[in-house]
Design a protein around this ligand. Structure first.
Ligand code: FES
Length: 193
């Protein structure tokens, strides 16, 4: 029977992990939000903190989370390997999470994905196909680290990636002349004073 582990052979081995003081403080604050005996409820928050500190989630980081929450390590691995938000191997500086669910696909996510795949070098950019990001009204959508880039096409996706390469921070949100999630071209209802 094949064994599923949190450390496949092609993942670099990390020998140890400890939360840095500022992350440990946040972890303790999260744990304190739950009643005594229910500290395991903080597991997703702690995994997120570990990933933000390390850049990805090596098994030793999951083990540290398990220790802090008094959980069996396997319970933490089960959660970390279920959610695509957790990266179980190193990734580039910018993680391009490209939504390819139906609304984004109908609005051109294939072309956007092609541009992202071409850019993915594992150092500056990594790419991941994801399900609906919840921004369908502005499809197609790509999440880059913590920001959403919306109403993309191949040309605007290239512009965003070029700006990131130059060390700039392109403005998140719609990449066309649209105000947040309002209709393209401006409001169509409730227009009177
Ligand atoms: S389908 Fe892409 S954000 Fe919902």
């Amino acid at each position: 029977m094949a064994m599923i582990t949190a450390d496949p052979k092609d993942v670099p081995q990390v020998e140890s992990f400890a939360f840095a003081p500022e992350y440990l403080e946040k972890a303790r604050a999260l744990i304190a939000q739950y009643p005594p005996g229910r500290q395991a409820s903080a597991v997703i928050g702690l995994l997120d903190l570990a990933q933000r500190q390390q850049g990805w989630l090596p098994r030793v980081a999951m083990d540290e989370v398990a220790k802090l929450l008094d959980m069996a390590p396997i319970r933490v691995y089960e959660i970390a390997t279920f959610y695509t938000m957790f990266q179980l191997r190193p990734k580039g500086k910018y993680l391009l999470q490209v939504c390819t669910t139906t609304p984004c696909w109908l609005r051109g996510s294939e072309g956007v994905m092609k541009v992202c795949r071409e850019a993915a070098d594992g150092e500056t950019f990594s790419v991941q196909e994801v399900e609906c990001l919840g921004g369908c009204v502005n499809a197609p959508v790509v999440q880059i680290n913590d920001d959403f880039y919306e109403d993309l096409d191949e040309a605007s996706m290239r512009r965003v990636l070029d700006a990131l390469r130059r060390g700039e921070k392109p403005k998140p949100g719609p990449q066309i002349d649209r105000q947040t999630s309002a209709p393209v071209g401006g409001p169509t209802t409730l227009k009177s004073e």
